[in-house]
Ligand binder design. Structure first.
Ligand SMILES: Nc1ncnc2c1ncn2[C@@H]1O[C@H](COP(=O)(O)OP(=O)(O)O)[C@@H](O)[C@H]1O
Ligand SMILES: [Mg+2]
Length: 325
């Protein structure tokens, strides 16, 4: 029986979100008739198996005993390429993006540079590091200030007057080291996800529109208290859809993604604007990505099976899993 290491948790403020994603993947792996081997990284970076803490060396031994790994570590020291690097050097095939795509996708500034180079518009923005001087800021409020790494809207704030800027920058930098000041984009938030299947085809889920009030942001509470309203497919024109899917495909390939990645956009009166790329998006049954593929007829276990099949070199899954993919 195939052994699937499902890695969740993580030493960052998306720990609980990742545990929820990992629990859902474990359920699906078992429903597919495969053996799930849950590994958790605790809040301080230590490793745990189902029955308690273990040394990192032991965790790697357990990982090495698995046929494939399905990491669902959101945020820094996971999604940013860290877990991909560990798995790559351990030689365990894994679901998801390699080091480079994870690292680029986690850095909102570098993502912006890549997107702009591809001709994909992003919000005008400025990187705030130790050399930043607000006297030279050539943007007008309202702004959105956010950490360059991270997720779950942690450290993100809307600034309506220049006087509030330094407090917002301090909040964002406390969450992520460097920060981004961006022009506030007025538009509807529309996301799409892609994965490359075992045959090499890049498969798109349905577009999904997030119900966020005008002038507000999609904040941590709405993300996880169940109050967010999703509309699938998003209410977009054929031209907007083509722009969204085309941009997502270009980014998936240019960043070098693998597994599933979610691409988040604003649809504005002036066109489609990229917000960010998530190479390890939320992955509970209720999360955006599984809902996007369910809307296209691929249910949660089917999506997990398809991702495992794509990760395994020879697609040697059990008959049960193969039926779903
Ligand atoms: N430039 C912007 N203009 C308007 N809203 C923004 C902008 N940047 C971010 N937001 C809002 O803040 C939310 C979180 O920001 P995001 O960049 O997606 O960070 P995270 O990685 O934490 O999800 C977005 O879903 C959106 O609602
Ligand atoms: Mg986001």
């Amino acid at each position: 029986m195939r052994r699937v290491a499902v890695i969740g948790g993580g030493a960052n403020d998306e720990h609980d979100v990742s545990l929820a994603s990992a629990a859902a993947v474990v359920r699906a792996v078992r429903a597919l008739g495969l053996t799930a081997v849950p590994l958790t990284i605790d809040r301080r970076g230590g490793w745990q198996l189902a029955d308690g803490p273990v040394a990192a060396a032991h965790a790697i031994t357990v990982l090495s005993s698995c046929d494939v790994a399905f990491p669902v570590l959101h945020g820094v020291d996971g999604e940013d390429g860290a877990i991909a690097g560990l798995l790559r050097l351990t030689g365990v095939p894994f679901v998801g993006s390699p080091v480079r795509a994870g690292a680029l996708g986690m850095d909102k500034w570098l993502t912006k540079l890549v997107a702009e180079e591809l001709g994909i518009p992003t919000a005008p923005g400025v990187l705030v590091d130790d050399r930043f001087d607000s006297a030279h800021l050539r943007l007008e409020p309202p702004f959105v200030v956010k950490p360059t790494p991270g997720g779950s809207s942690n450290g993100v704030s809307v600034v309506r007057e220049a006087g509030q800027l330094s407090a917002a920058v301090a909040t964002a930098r406390a969450a992520g080291g460097t920060a981004l000041i961006e022009a506030f984009v007025s538009g509807r938030e529309v996301d799409i996800a892609l994965f490359r299947d075992r045959d090499g085809a890049l498969r798109a889920g349905s577009t999904l529109e997030i119900g966020v009030a005008d002038g507000a942001v999609f904040d941590r509470e709405q993300k996880y208290d169940g109050s967010a309203s999703f509309t699938l497919p998003a209410r977009v024109t054929a031209a907007e859809h083509a722009a969204i899917e085309g941009a997502a495909r270009a980014l998936y390939d240019t960043l070098g993604c693998a597994g599933v990645a979610r691409f988040d956009f604003f649809v504005t009166a002036e066109g489609v604007v990229l917000n960010e790329v998530n190479t390890t998006p939320g992955f509970t049954e209720q999360s955006q990505v599984p809902r996007m593929f369910a809307a296209k007829g691929l249910d949660y276990p089917g999506l997990v099976a398809a991702l495992l099949a794509a990760a395994l070199p020879t697609a040697v899954l059990s008959a049960g899993a193969a039926r779903h993919s």
